[in-house]
Ligand binder design. Structure first.
Ligand code: ZN
Length: 460
């Protein structure tokens, strides 16, 4: 087994397992964050892509599937195996990433030319590369049903409760008369969330590769976070302002819609409330969410069964076109505006912040992780002025940070998940910073714990 991404860091997941004469890759994600990471993403994978037989995807987040087009461009000719929902979401995420990279490369070429310089700016991959990679999606996995990858080599997917279609993947291999069970946790979700059932690991595995994003802390209960959101919305409407919610397009946006719908149903929020989902990516993702009614918790599955839309209500507007998005700027108060990007590093949210941040009656509600150096982080940390589109904007809106919406398990949930698995011998911690890993390792005292370095290999 070897580790080629998210080693002592959170993004860029990529792990390799060689067994029964085959090479399996588990995830192939993009390195993300506020630093300039292009070189890291363009670097050598640390293995030969053409020698990989199968790529197994745990879920469709960019930091788990964002380097797939590059893998194909550099010679991968095997099949990609994942769940139906992950395939649909990954297609969307990969095409969106290719489009953004092409745009960014063009912008830099223009800037170079204006400065009288030669430019050899190339995107990491193009839309054409992305389309090529989509051809590699093969067999679809159902939770709990093993897929035969080769004689003596099986993969089974188990619900990870993180985002729609997300999975932990168990590899069972027979080699030289010995049976090995290796479990890749993927990203693990929380217990007690409205949309997805809690993670359900397989019964046994000797080797576990596990995320540790929140290995050192506990989340606040989800219900408290929902209360906070309702209170923020009502107080803002009382002041006559708008509520701005910067959010990620997958899962978080749909969960917010679901919670707002529930607030209206329970008469906690005004039925006439106008809500704008102002993100083409989130709108497309929501449409994919509607296509997989079999993936949800019992409560949501019942809504689907009764012909109701868990993500829809009368005051909800989807704004795809830029002109419709710009029209929202004329609304001075009484609206909830949901837009990306979640960390406010780009996208339509920056326009809404420009129009609302300076208004004391408005509020900005942060519901997700904000990396150091991002605009979201600056506002959360109490900046009095921020720069948007070359203009100084003073921050006078109320700022709320609601932490209970995280899609990742907290320390206790990680430990509980790990405890359910019998026969474990070694656990490899990935997808976390070193401090978080060390804290989690202290709690996993019944197994040998390893924290791989980038490109480190281990014989099993
Ligand atoms: Zn994820």
């Amino acid at each position: 087994m070897s580790f080629h991404g998210a080693d002592r860091s959170v993004t860029g997941s990529c792990h390799m397992l060689e067994c029964a004469g085959r090479r399996l890759l588990i995830d192939c994600g993009l390195v993300q964050g506020s630093r300039d990471l292009e070189e890291e993403n363009a670097a050598d994978f640390g293995f030969d892509p053409s020698a990989v037989d199968t790529l197994l995807l745990t879920h469709a987040h960019l930091d788990h599937c964002g380097r797939v087009p590059l893998l194909v461009k550099r010679g991968f000719r095997g099949k990609i195996v994942t769940t139906a929902a992950s395939r649909d979401l990954a297609r969307l995420v990969i095409l969106d990433a290719a489009h953004l990279q092409e745009e960014e490369a063009k912008r830099r070429q223009r800037r170079a030319r204006r400065g009288g310089r030669e430019s050899d700016e190339r995107p990491l991959y193009t839309l054409l590369d992305a389309l090529d990679s989509l051809d590699r999606f093969g067999a679809l996995a159902e939770y709990g049903e093993p897929i035969e990858l080769a004689p003596g080599l099986r993969a089974s997917f188990f619900n990870a409760g993180h985002i729609l279609g997300s999975a932990s993947i168990l590899i069972e291999a027979e080699e030289a008369g010995k049976r090995h069970r290796v479990l890749f946790a993927g990203d693990l979700g929380n217990v007690g969330r409205p949309l997805l059932p809690p993670p359900s690991p397989p019964r046994a595995a000797e080797i576990i590769v596990m995320e540790s994003t929140y290995g050192d802390r506990r989340h606040r209960p989800f219900s408290e976070s929902v209360e906070e959101l309702y209170e923020a919305v009502l107080a803002t409407f009382d002041r006559g302002g708008n509520v701005i919610i910067p959010t990620f397009a997958l899962e978080r946006a749909q969960e917010i819609l679901y919670v707002l719908r529930q607030g209206i149903e329970q008469r906690r929020l005004p039925a006439s409330m106008a809500v704008f989902l102002d993100s083409p990516l989130a709108i497309a993702a929501t449409e994919i969410f509607e296509r997989h009614p079999n993936c949800y918790s019992t409560a949501v599955a019942e809504l689907f069964a009764h012909g109701q839309d868990p993500f829809g209500f009368s005051g909800l507007h989807f704004t795809r076109e830029a002109a419709d998005s710009i029209a929202i700027n004329r609304i001075g108060g009484g609206a909830v505006i949901i837009a990306g990007s979640g960390m406010c590093t780009g996208g339509r949210i920056r326009h809404h912040l420009r129009h609302n941040l300076w208004r004391p009656e408005a509020s900005v509600v942060f519901v997700g992780f904000a990396a150091a150096g991002t605009l979201a982080r600056k506002i959360i940390d109490g900046a009095e002025q921020v720069e948007l589109f070359g203009e100084e904007i003073s921050v006078r809106a109320r700022i709320h940070t609601i932490n209970g919406f995280s899609a990742h398990a907290d320390q206790q949930e990680l430990v509980d998940w790990h405890q359910q698995i019998a026969g474990k011998e070694t656990t490899f911690l990935v997808h976390g910073e070193e401090a978080e890993m060390n804290e989690l390792a202290r709690r996993l005292n019944d197994v040998r714990v390893e924290m791989p370095q980038p490109h480190q290999a281990f014989p099993l």
